[in-house]
Design a protein around this ligand. Structure first.
Ligand SMILES: *Cc1c(COP(=O)(O)O)cnc(C)c1O
Length: 433
C-alpha cells in the first residue's frame, strides 16, 4: 500500500502545515486558532471557511512583490465575492475588478467607491454600462467596438467627457494552462486584435467622451511560467509605443496557486523583476483573484456513506460539484484531508458527491485513512472559484460561509446556509398552490 508522502497520517510528521493559517494542531485541522470541527458542530456541512488573516497576508505578499512596479491591485471578485472577504481586502487597500453589474453592486455594498472599480467583461449590457457610469466607475476594460459606442453615448448622457477605458488586447499568445483557463490565444473570444486597437486609437475623436489612456491584457488563469506573460507584454508594449497618452497598463490576473501538497507556486518576485524594466514608464494595475483567496479557504463536508464496489472504495460526501465545480469543470485537483487525523493506514479512496452526474467526483484515487460515515473532511485550497461557482443543481441549497477574523480567533457566519424556501423565492406559481 502506497502512503502518499504528503499525507502524514499516523506518523510523527503529523504537524502537517498547508500554510501558516491552515494546519493540524494536536491532531485537529485548524484555521488560524479555530478548530474547524467546533465550527462545523455549530453550522453544519457543507461549509466554506475562510481565513481573513491568510487572504490579507496573500494580498500584502503580492503587493510587496510588485512594489518595484508600484502596481495597484484590484481584487477580482469573480474568485470570491463574499462581503466580509471584500471588506477585509478593501481595508487592506485593494480596489476591485468586476465582470458584471452584480459584481459592481457587491463591490459597492462592500464599501468600495466607483473610482476604485474596474469593469471588465466580454459582453457588458447597456444596463450594466449605465450602472457602472452612474456609480462613477474608475475604468472600463473594452473588448468590443460596439461596446465602445455604448460607453460613449451613455457617458454623454452623464456629461462625462473623460471616461477612462483600457482597450483589451488579445495578444494571440497561448498560455500554458488548462484550455478553459486560457484567454489570450487568437481563437479566444476575449479582447481586441492589435489591428483593431490601432484603428480605434487612430480614430479616437469619434468617441469624444472617452479617455483612451489604458491598455489591458489578461491571458488566462493559473499561469505556470512567465514566458507567455512576457511575450504578451512585449506585443502590447510594441503596440502602444506610438501612443504616449497610454500611461496605464493593466496586466490582468492569473498569478498561480499551488493546489497540490508537493507543488510550490512560482516566485512572484522573480516575475516582478522580469516585468519591472519593461514597465518603468507606465503605471501598472493587476487583477489577482485566485492568488489572494484560494489557499485561504476550504470546503468542509461530512462522509454520508462508504461503499466498496468494482474493487474501489467510494466515500460519498455531502458536498458535490454543485458546491465545488472545479474538479468537474477543469479536472482540477483539490487535496482532501480529514478534520481529525487518523492513525490508520491509508487506502485508495474515490471521494464523490451525491449529484446525479458521473462528473461529480471531487477527489479520485486518493490515499486516505479508512473513512466512516459521520467523519468530516476538508477540500483544501477552495477559497477561489468555489462558492462563486456554486449552483442549485439538483435543488441543493448553497452552503454557508464562515469567516475567521484577522485576530485569528473570532469567527462568524458570514452568509447563512441557503434554505429550500430561498430557492423557490422567485417562482411565481408558488402563490397559486
Ligand atoms: C478571471 C480574471 C481575473 C482573475 O484571474 P485569477 O486567475 O483569479 O487571478 C483577472 N482579470 C480578468 C479580466 C479576469 O477575467
Amino acid at each position: 500500500m502506497r502512503v502518499s508522502p504528503f499525507c502524514f497520517i499516523g506518523s510523527r510528521e503529523l504537524a502537517m502545515v498547508f500554510n501558516p493559517s491552515i494546519r493540524y494542531e494536536a491532531g485537529c485541522l485548524k484555521i488560524d486558532d479555530v478548530d474547524i470541527e467546533s465550527v462545523v458542530n455549530d453550522v453544519g456541512t457543507p461549509l466554506y471557511v475562510y481565513s481573513l488573516k491568510r487572504l490579507t497576508a496573500n494580498y500584502q505578499r503580492i503587493r510587496k512583490a510588485f512594489a518595484p512596479l508600484s502596481a495597484r491591485l484590484h481584487f477580482s471578485i469573480k474568485a470570491n465575492g463574499n462581503l466580509d472577504v471584500l471588506r477585509a481586502l478593501k481595508r487592506a487597500g485593494a480596489g476591485f475588478d468586476c465582470v458584471s453589474g452584480g459584481e459592481i453592486y457587491r463591490a459597492l455594498m462592500a464599501g468600495a467607491k466607483g473610482r476604485d472599480i474596474v469593469f471588465a467583461g466580454v459582453g457588458k449590457t447597456r444596463d450594466e454600462i449605465r450602472y457602472a457610469i452612474h456609480n462613477g466607475i474608475g475604468w472600463i476594460n473594452v473588448e468590443n467596438i460596439g461596446e465602445l459606442e455604448h460607453i460613449d453615448s451613455i457617458a454623454a448622457e452623464y456629461d462625462s467627457d473623460n471616461l477612462r477605458v483600457a482597450l483589451r488586447l488579445n495578444p494571440e499568445v497561448t498560455a500554458a494552462t488548462h484550455p478553459y483557463m486560457a484567454t489570450g490565444h487568437g481563437a479566444a473570444k476575449f479582447g481586441l486584435t492589435a489591428d483593431v486597437i490601432r484603428e480605434l486609437l487612430r480614430r479616437q475623436e469619434r468617441y469624444p467622451q472617452i479617455d483612451f489612456s489604458g491598455i489591458h491584457i489578461h491571458i488566462g488563469s493559473q499561469l505556470g511560467d512567465s514566458e507567455a506573460t512576457l511575450a504578451a507584454l512585449d506585443k502590447l508594449l510594441a503596440l502602444v509605443k506610438p501612443w504616449p497618452q497610454i500611461k496605464k497598463i493593466n496586466l490582468g490576473g492569473g498569478l498561480p496557486v499551488a493546489y497540490r501538497f508537493e507543488e510550490t507556486a512560482p516566485s512572484l518576485e522573480a516575475l516582478a523583476e522580469e516585468l519591472a524594466p519593461r514597465l518603468k514608464d507606465y503605471t501598472v494595475l493587476l487583477e489577482p483573484g485566485r492568488s489572494v483567496v484560494a489557499d485561504a479557504g476550504l470546503l468542509v463536508a461530512e462522509v454520508l456513506y462508504v461503499k466498496r464496489q468494482a474493487d474501489q472504495v467510494f466515500a460519498v460526501i455531502d458536498a458535490s460539484m454543485a458546491e465545488l465545480m472545479r474538479p468537474a469543470l477543469y479536472g482540477a485537483h483539490h487535496e482532501i484531508v480529514p478534520l481529525r487525523e487518523a492513525d490508520e493506514e491509508s487506502i485508495t479512496t474515490q471521494v464523490v458527491g451525491p449529484v446525479c452526474e458521473s462528473a461529480d467526483v471531487l477527489a479520485r484515487d486518493r490515499q486516505l485513512p479508512p473513512l466512516q460515515p459521520g467523519d468530516k473532511v476538508a477540500l483544501m485550497t477552495a477559497g477561489a472559484y468555489g462558492m462563486t461557482m456554486a449552483s442549485n443543481y439538483n435543488a441543493r441549497p448553497r452552503p454557508a460561509e464562515v469567516v475567521v477574523a484577522e485576530d485569528g480567533m473570532s469567527w462568524r457566519v458570514s452568509r447563512r446556509r441557503e434554505t429550500v424556501e430561498d430557492m423557490l423565492k422567485g417562482e411565481t406559481s408558488i402563490r397559486w398552490s
